[in-house]
Design a protein around this ligand. Structure first.
Ligand code: SF4
Ligand code: ZN
Ligand code: ZN
Length: 305
């Protein structure tokens, strides 16, 4: 099949518009979607620098390449979560990507740099591994972005966003829905601005982009993944998209357009009424009266409890 815009071989076909695109026109199309998201949600001001959180997966690596090609000043951030072979492999892909393009990649090691063993902490606290891991990732991403004076960009794509929104709707998780936003402003010097420039880009597009532009990425999922419910939602959404192409885009875009003014995104995604105070140990913000959740995790390993 030929590209609808030139005579090159097509790499992707869009049934809803009956258009086929070659690798270069797919790139142009994705860049337009990223630009639209950045402008629509006022994600970046002129001259702002970006810290791209990379996991070695297709979305984050593609996002980094696209932002570089669009002319943004970027650095990558890879967090070594200490999850065995999975973390080793993710790091290799992230490093390989940065080295090939001569880009700066910051690496933070959760065990070596902060003394936290995520899996052991989850067992000791009888919490799901993903919950402890999420706490650690959020803290490190924010802290690194604040220290680097950069806006934090993550590679959440449209499918991720749609399944998170629908998952939260199915359980009426009002708090999460109220805090959802592709662009959370910084409301405090210790809180980085957080953006998701890929919310209009589908998983199929990013996989095709990486394949056709020679980006090598990690394919196996994290062995601790506990996204069973979300996978069911994702599967259901993928069926809806197959039967009615364009539904996911309508859902995600519609959700944010229609809910504008209702959501508390002006508050940096923090629940109204929640007072944040500096953690007495690290100085980053917390809603708890003592040390923040990250410092409490650290203390599990330093006090010999
Ligand atoms: Fe962490 Fe869970 Fe993601 Fe694995 S699946 S990286 S444990 S949040
Ligand atoms: Zn073309
Ligand atoms: Zn702290």
């Amino acid at each position: 099949m030929k590209c609808s815009r030139c005579h090159e071989e097509a790499v992707i076909y869009y049934p809803q518009s009956r258009q086929a695109l070659c690798a270069e026109h797919l790139k142009e199309y994705i860049e337009r979607k990223v630009k639209r998201a950045i402008e629509r949600f006022k994600m970046l001001k002129r001259g702002e620098k970006v810290l791209v959180a990379v996991s070695g997966g297709k979305d984050s690596l593609m996002l980094w390449e696209i932002l570089v090609d669009m002319g943004y000043d970027t650095e990558g951030l890879y967090i070594d979560l200490g999850l065995g072979e999975y973390s080793k492999s993710s790091e290799e892909y992230s490093r390989g990507f940065a080295e090939e393009r001569d880009l700066t990649l910051r690496i933070v090691r959760v065990k070596e740099d902060h003394g936290i063993d995520i899996v052991a902490a989850a067992k000791r606290l009888r919490r799901p591994t993903c919950s402890v891991c999420g706490t650690v990732k959020r803290y490190i991403m924010n802290r690194e972005a604040v220290e680097a004076g950069r806006v934090l960009a993550t590679g959440h794509n449209m499918d991720d966003e749609a399944s998170t929104l629908l998952g939260n709707l199915l359980t009426w998780n009002g708090e999460q829905l109220l805090r959802a936003s592709p662009s959370l402003p910084s409301t405090h010097p210790k809180l980085a601005r957080r953006i998701k420039p890929l919310i209009y880009v589908s998983e199929r597009e990013s996989a095709t982009y990486c394949f056709s532009h020679g980006i090598k990425y990690i394919i196996p999922e994290c062995p601790y993944s506990e996204g069973a419910r979300l996978s069911v939602v994702k599967e259901a959404l993928s069926k809806i998209e197959d039967r009615s192409p364009g539904s996911l885009l309508n859902f995600v875009d519609g959700f944010y357009r229609k809910s504008e003014g209702i959501l508390c995104r002006r508050n940096g995604g923090i629940k109204e009424g929640v007072e944040l105070k500096p953690c007495p140990l690290c100085g980053y913000l917390t809603s708890s009266s003592g040390p923040c959740a990250f410092c409490r995790l650290k203390s599990l390993f330093s006090s010999g409890e």
